[in-house]
Design a protein around this ligand. Structure first.
Ligand SMILES: NC(=[NH2+])NCCC[C@H](N)C(=O)O
Length: 304
């Protein structure tokens, strides 16, 4: 039996699901794209190649194993993009919540059923159909659960809006001891620099009290201020629209003092080092073309 335990974003990682890039299928068509950055690369003819992405994920896997982390991989489904394990489920304390993910991505959940089978059934939650929720929007942070959502009336028009208010209410109802704080995120189907696809595309805590944030990713100034008040202005590393586009906030913590990042994130990596972090730099720029990075590729099961 797997005893789940995730109470924050940074405690020492013991077990994780890491996506796979193998057999991720042919380059999608313009109509098949479900995020603006993939769309941009499909049009430009620069969509990432499977072999390059497999190499990037291997580098990530190596770093995780170097730190003694148990790494589970999804079972291979042919011609299916299974890179972003983050979005298909989430662990809150000792409970696994299955996502109600974009229909285009539903198949991905079957591939981790063998992991779900190792969890006590009473520790698994399946949301009802009207709930939309994806793991990239959900972060446990001590007594808080942060959730990215989109509150606009035009929610159904955005394929980039993945967690609705029913999703927020669902978590609120099932975790009454948590302070559930939702964040209204900026969405665009066509402009990746103005699209906070998930909460982890514009914000993520690192260390014990620090965070990476893109102010303009929040539709409401009050939501942004909530995080400033909670973390302290001086503890937040502010990133530009370009840096959000490159996915600076989507690094991944293996421990409170160890962060895996992309090797080209010079400004961020220097800041992290100046704060005393061990920075594990890997190449991940090809996968980044699909509007996801390191946090998106992982689904932590156990942190100390
Ligand atoms: N947690 C994340 N930010 N995941 C990114 C997923 C990217 C993927 N192209 C999608 O649109 O679903």
């Amino acid at each position: 039996m797997l005893k789940l335990h995730v109470t924050d974003e940074t405690s020492v990682l013991k077990a994780v699901i890491l996506g796979i890039a193998d057999s991720c299928g042919p380059t999608p068509t313009v109509e098949e794209a479900y995020d603006p950055k993939s769309l941009e690369h499909i049009i430009a003819g620069t969509y990432p190649k499977e072999a390059d992405m497999v190499k990037e994920m291997d580098a990530f896997d190596k770093v995780l194993k170097k730190y003694g982390v148990t790494v589970y991989r999804p079972k291979l489904i042919e011609d299916c993009n299974q890179i972003f394990s983050r979005d298909i489920a989430m662990v809150i304390d000792n409970v696994l919540v299955k996502s109600n993910i974009l229909p285009d991505r539903e198949q991905e959940l079957e591939a981790i059923q063998y992991v779900i089978d190792q969890i006590a059934p009473e520790k698994i939650l399946t949301p009802p159909e009207e709930v939309h929720i994806e793991g990239g929007d959900v972060m446990v942070w001590g007594d808080h659960v942060f959730i990215g959502t989109y509150k606009g009336e035009d929610y159904p028009n955005y394929i980039t809006a993945r967690t609705n208010m029913q999703g927020v209410e669902f978590i609120r109802k099932h975790f009454p001891h948590k302070k559930v704080k939702e964040f209204d995120l900026v969405k665009s189907n066509t402009d990746a620099k103005r699209n906070a696809l998930h909460l982890d595309c514009c914000f993520q805590p690192v260390g014990k009290n620090l965070g990476i944030i893109h102010k303009e990713g929040f539709r409401s100034e009050d939501d942004y201020k909530y995080l400033v008040d909670l973390f302290g202005e001086e503890n937040l590393f502010h990133i530009t629209a370009d840096e959000m586009y490159h996915m600076f906030s989507n690094v991944f913590s293996i421990a409170p003092d160890v962060v895996v990042t992309e090797r080209n994130f010079t400004r961020l990596n220097e800041w992290l080092r100046s704060k005393g972090f061990t920075v594990e730099e890997i190449p991940y720029a090809e996968i980044a073309k699909q509007e996801g990075l390191l946090r998106c590729s992982t689904m932590p099961l156990i942190r100390a």
